[in-house]
Structure formats: C-alpha cells, structure tokens
Design a protein. Structure first.
Length: 328
C-alpha cells in the first residue's frame, strides 16, 4: 500500500512540474498580455476624446480579448496621480508636469505626443489694473500645482525677474481657478483650455501674458512596468491614437463638435481650443527634450526639481522607440 502511495505522489509531482514548465515555455501564455488596459482621456487632449468617442481602442484589442477602460483626467496632476497609483496604464499630461513626476521617482516614460498646444497663459479680469507680469508682485494667482499652467506661471515670473515667493499661489484645479478669477477671489489665473477659451469668449477677462514657447508638449505617458511587460500593447495603443490623430487632422470641425459635446462646452469654445493645438508631430524627440530642459532649469531654480543631472532626467523620460516603430 505504501509503495502505491509513493508512486502516486511521484506521478502527481511529475504532472504538476510538467504543467508549470509548459506555462513558462509558452512565453507565459497567461502573462504575455493584460486582461485590461486603462487609458485616461482629458478635455485638454482632443485626440483622447475622439479616441474614446469612436471606440477605436476597444476595436483594436477586441480580437486579443483585452478590455479597455477610460478614466477622466481633470489635469496633469490627476493623470500623474492615476499613473503613480497604477489606476491607469496610460496618462495624458503636459511634458513638464511629467518631468516633475519623473524627478520625484514616478516610474513613467513619455511615448507619444498628442499635440503641441498653446493651452495655457496668464489671465486677469478686464478691469484689473494689471498689464505686465511684474505687476503680479504681492498678488494672488490661481494655478493647479504640478501642471503646465503652474510651470508656465513660474517661467513667466522668472523671465520677469520674480520668484514664486513674490506672489501668493493659490492651488486650485483648473476650472476652480477660472471661477476664482471671475469671482474676484484671485487677481490672476494660470489658465488651461478649454476653461481658458471659455473665459476668453464668455467672461470679462483679458490675457496678461502669452508665450507659446513656454507651453510644453502634450505627452502620452505609460507606466514603465507596463511598457516592459507589454511592449506590443504599447504599440497598439499608439496605433489607436494615431487613428484618432489622423481623423482630427482630416475632420477639425467634427472634432470640435465632439469635444464640445463631451466637455459640455460650446462649439465656439471647442473651436478656439482646437485652433491652439498643433497635431502634426506625434513622435517625441529633440524638440520635446529642448522644451523640457528649458522648463527644468526654472524648476531647478525654484527647488521643485532636485536632480543635478537634468539631461539624464529628460533622456529617461522621453522614449521615442515605440512611436518610431508605429509611425512611418
């Protein structure tokens, strides 16, 4: 009886071991693709809104049996929170916001450019006695900390010979910052489209300072772990984004209508936002590195980025490899 028990145990061990070996030999058949991919969408990224609207990501992954989920990001700071907590696999941010996160240890890389926008500027009320950035000394300025508008504010102050400590920065999410400006709670606001376009067209506001070159690019970021584990899926997501980008280029008026519908803004506001976006160059590269290095120098000066090797930090963030394979 004991011999049978021993032989049975040995046989079971061989079967179990063989089964484990087969799973590993199949390239981790259970691990070579995720069960679900979570993408964010954002009203400051019209391409992502179009992608969600038409279901092209779901269509691309249907045959693979991979589910797609979309999560709304209200700003770069929220998208980065989602990435850091693994709540999303891909997040839409401004390039400089991603750089700050990378400097703070966020395991992300920028793999795609969804647009080159002029999506932020400094606004004040139409009757405000402010005409230059220098006039902001001692004033209250609303900005969402860690986003491109906040970084735009810091660069504008630096250019004018001021520091962040020379103003009172009121940390408010983008829409709330616009409301604070129009209700007199702050003197100025570092705005973001489409909220900025809405106030430009519908409220008594004026631009205090604009500088398109201070706007860093709109980047699609992926978690490092996801990129390392699922490179084919990263490329397929970029392919879906490319389909949306090309559609936006071919159908700007329809794209504005979709943005208006999804963001619950007027078509005029959506059109204004679309006018301020350049969708022509989706592959991250030297232009983005140049823009990020310029922004990073100001962020170093303000003590927001502690890294001494800015070039290494930027190089670690910008990864064109996936887009270069997809976009010919």
């Amino acid at each position: 009886m004991k011999k049978w028990v021993i032989w049975l145990s040995v046989a079971l061990f061989i079967v179990i071991a063989s089964g484990c070996g087969n799973d590993e030999a199949s390239g981790g058949a259970k691990d070579d693709k995720p069960a679900k991919i979570v993408l964010d969408y954002a009203y400051y990224s019209p391409t992502s809104v179009v992608l969600k609207k038409f279901g092209w990501a779901e269509e691309a992954f249907k045959e693979d049996g991979i589910d797609i989920e979309f999560v709304l990001s209200q700003g770069s700071n929220k998208a980065l929170e989602f990435l850091n907590s693994s709540s999303v696999d891909f997040g839409s941010t401004a390039g400089a916001a991603a750089l700050i996160a990378k400097a703070n240890g966020a395991p992300i890389e920028s793999v795609y450019i969804y647009s080159k926008p002029e999506w932020t500027a400094l606004l004040t009320t139409g009757d405000a006695p402010l005409s230059t950035v220098e006039d902001l000394r001692g004033k209250k300025v609303a900005a969402a900390i860690g986003t491109d508008p906040h970084i735009f504010l810091l660069r504008s102050l630096s250019e004018a010979g001021l520091k962040a400590s020379d103003v009172e920065i009121v940390n408010l999410q983008h829409a709330d910052g616009g409301s604070a400006l129009t209700t007199g709670q702050v003197d100025a606001w570092a705005g973001l489209d489409p909220h900025m376009a809405k106030l430009e067209l519908e409220a008594d506001t004026k631009f205090l300072y604009r500088n398109p070159e201070f706007n860093t690019y709109g980047t699609l970021n992926v978690r490092n772990e996801f990129a390392e584990k699922y490179p084919d899926q990263v490329k397929k997501v970029i392919e879906a984004y490319e389909k949306a980008r090309q559609w936006v280029l071919d159908n700007p008026e329809e794209a504005a209508k979709i943005l208006a519908e999804e963001a619950q803004i007027t078509e005029q506001v959506a059109e204004k936002e679309m006018e301020r976006n350049d969708f022509s160059n989706p592959i991250p590269g030297e232009d983005q590195k140049t823009a990020l290095t310029a922004a990073g120098e100001v962020l170093q000066k303000e003590g927001i980025i502690k890294s001494d090797n800015l070039e290494e930090l930027v190089d670690g963030l910008i990864n064109p490899a996936f887009s270069e394979e997809v976009i010919k």
